[in-house]
Design a protein around this ligand. Structure first.
Ligand code: PDD
Length: 287
């Protein structure tokens, strides 16, 4: 069965899914996106993802491409037409197509919207969870507004590529004071020696991950103490456990950073407990 994408009002074969050369997403990275997990035939945390989309669009003064209800309908259609029950969808909205000019285009320019979906076998994520991932640390060289989920991800691309070339799967950004920020496409967490779960506050300097927000509900339900508190690279290196979160894979253990083992170099028990409870507590929207 061939993959189907949604592009500006039409469901098209994935191979024919095209945008205009003067789309502002293509020329200026003038757009925002969301990635949502699909598991056991339901969309995970859809309301929170659409709320964040609303925030990102407002921050950039881009209009919604359609009403929220219609967007949910189109998302479901894309998932159904691709027969996705395990995987993810990707949604991107840009400021639309206009003659190249840095300032915003004329009033009434329609935003562009693209939605694609991809199957991810649960066994792929299970294998990563069983083994754990390796990470490297890199200096944060991104712009100041990483709280907006924009498609301008070149520093993140370069950081992930550097990780790959060093035999790792994620790059963790460190700020100029030696404090941990977030991963190239994930939020970062550590469990300290007292079993307390720490993650950096999301008011500034990182993306407020939806998985991060839901994980706080999960941790409190499990009775795991959680603190939104900065921690340094050194504290992370000496943590009992480190893990990363993102909608695509929820919560993945990090067992090695910059070539040094974390904890006992195996996926940790807190990480596992949280992962197991996550799906039950997250919002589930049927396809
Ligand atoms: N990335 N921080 C960054 C920089 C991210 O790109 C992401 C998500 C997160 C976690 O956010 P959430 O829990 O809402 O997925 C944190 C997505 C998955 C991506 O770019 O593919």
């Amino acid at each position: 069965m061939s993959r189907i994408a949604y592009v500006n009002g039409a469901y098209v074969p994935h191979g024919d899914a095209m945008i205009h050369v003067e789309d502002r997403g293509y020329q200026f990275a003038d757009g925002v996106y969301e990635v949502c997990q699909v598991r056991e035939g339901v969309i995970v945390d859809l309301s929170r993802h659409l709320d964040r989309l609303d925030r990102s669009l407002k921050e950039l003064r881009i209009d919604w491409p359609m009403h929220r209800g219609s967007l949910i309908h189109v998302i479901r259609q894309v998932l159904r037409r691709n027969r996705i029950t395990e995987g993810m969808f990707y949604l991107q909205v840009t400021r639309g197509v206009a003659p190249r000019d840095h300032v915003f285009p004329a009033e009434g320019t329609r935003p562009s919207i693209v939605i694609t979906a991809k199957r991810i076998a649960p066994s792929v994520i299970a294998a990563k969870n069983a083994k754990g991932l390796k990470a490297i640390t890199v200096t944060d060289n991104r712009w100041d507004r990483v709280d907006i989920k924009t498609v301008g991800l070149l520093p993140n691309v370069l950081a992930r590529q550097e990780a790959k070339e060093k035999g790792a799967q994620e790059a963790i950004y460190i700020d100029c004071e030696g404090k941990v920020k977030e991963g190239a496409a994930t939020n970062v967490w550590m469990v300290d020696k007292d079993g307390v779960l720490l993650t950096r506050p999301a008011e500034h300097g990182i993306l407020r991950g939806i998985t991060r927000t839901t994980l706080m509900d999960v941790a409190s339900r499990l009775g795991v103490e959680i603190r939104e508190q900065e921690f340094s690279r050194d504290e992370m290196m000496n943590a009992r456990e480190v893990f990363i979160t993102a909608a695509t894979s929820i919560c993945l253990p990090i067992v090695e950073i910059d070539g040094k083992p974390i904890g006992n170099a195996h996926p940790g028990i807190v990480t596992q407990k949280i992962r197991e409870a996550f799906f039950e507590i997250a919002e589930k929207t049927p396809i």
